[in-house]
Write a protein that binds this ligand. Structure first.
Ligand code: PEP
Ligand code: MN
Length: 339
């Protein structure tokens, strides 16, 4: 439920109604701007009657949010959320943010070579999995904490931020010193315990991938879990969904970006690598992602994809990544965001 105060409502009137609601057990989310006081009522608001609340002095309008997600919804917060990462990166603002790196961290040397190249080509965030959710238990499972240390050490040398996937809440304290963004993988999008624990235990941004067969509403409900637990720094990531089509690894739902922009204020990026599963499609899909208005992309890159420990078929060689970045920059004259 959203409560909008009158233009000349006083701070005391605001306090009066919010304290009344807090005493009833609701949580208040203040989203006031410079000229208008507005707040959301968080909790099971079925018992509240909007007309009763409109009787409070200073209240202009009380509206129910019709979507099951509230904190994540555009009706709750009209302006786009801009998420700051470290000192120099903003996701959801006027920058088209490029995250790049290997599927898995393989070694210090390999990570160094990739980071150096992607930085020179214009990426600002280094990706890399240290804990890998593999379909087979016999496939490479990741380097673990050593992988996180490598990511941090290498990223710092090139002033890159780090994003890496966390699979279990047991690992939050381990991850905290090494990552700038926590990634929740597609397979964990509905791991509600992980969502709640991360929401409550870190203030760092969380990149929430869309589940393999999740609807947009389910995806936004997962964002809501994180936000309701105390962290509103959520970045959504469309990474392809499973359809009947087998030629590509998944089907990139490019219109999901537009849907999310209508339904939510949260930033949304695209992962063309896991969507297509084929390196030959990545440049064009990245261009499409930029053109459709996403806030960035996350792309897998490897100097020697044939020998990559995971996802080589969809990884761009360093020079192909550089070519893709040039193609994106060529588009920037006609788009709002800059690469
Ligand atoms: C990954 O980014 O390497 C990954 C496993 O992605 P997803 O969760 O989208 O499959
Ligand atoms: Mn991968």
């Amino acid at each position: 439920m959203i409560v909008q105060m009158k233009p000349h409502a006083t701070k005391a009137q605001f306090e009066h109604i919010t304290q009344f609601l807090i005493k009833k057990g609701f949580e208040i989310k203040d989203v006031s701007s410079a000229n208008i006081m507005v707040f959301g009522i968080i909790g099971d608001t079925k018992s509240l009657n909007p007309t009763d609340l409109e009787a409070f002095e200073g209240v202009f309008q009380v509206t129910r949010v019709s979507t099951p997600y509230k904190l994540a919804s555009r009706s709750f917060k009209k302006t786009d959320t801009i998420i700051k990462v470290r000192h120099n990166i903003e996701i959801g603002g006027d920058q088209f943010v490029v995250m790049a790196g290997p599927c898995s961290v393989e070694s210090y040397e390999n990570t160094f070579e990739i980071a150096k190249a992607v930085k020179a080509s214009g990426a600002t965030i280094l990706r890399g999995g240290a804990y890998k959710p593999r379909t087979s238990p016999y496939a490479f499972q990741g380097m673990g904490v050593d992988g996180l240390k490598i990511l941090r050490e290498v990223a710092d040398q090139f002033d890159l931020a780090v994003v890496s996937e966390i699979m279990s809440e047991d690992m939050i304290e381990t991850f905290e010193p090494y990552v700038d963004i926590y990634q929740i993988g597609a397979r964990n999008m509905q791991n509600f315990h992980l969502l709640k624990q991360l929401g409550a235990r870190t203030k760092k941004p969380i990149l929430l991938k869309r589940g393999l067969s999740a609807t947009i509403e389910e995806w936004l409900m997962s964002a809501e879990y994180i936000m309701a637990s105390g962290n509103d720094q959520v970045i959504l990531c469309e990474r392809g969904i499973r359809t009947f089509e087998k030629y590509t690894r998944n089907t990139l739902d490019i219109s999901a970006v537009l849907a999310v922009k209508e339904l939510s204020h949260l930033p949304v990026i695209i992962d063309p690598s896991h969507a297509a599963g084929k390196y030959s499609m990545i440049e064009r899909l990245s261009m499409a992602s930029y053109a459709v208005g996403s806030d960035g992309i996350i792309v897998e890159v490897h100097p020697d994809p044939e020998h990559a420990l995971s996802d080589g078929a969809q990884s761009l060689k360093l020079e192909k990544f550089d070519h893709m970045m040039a193609a994106l920059r060529n588009m920037s004259a006609v788009l709002d965001k800059k690469v």
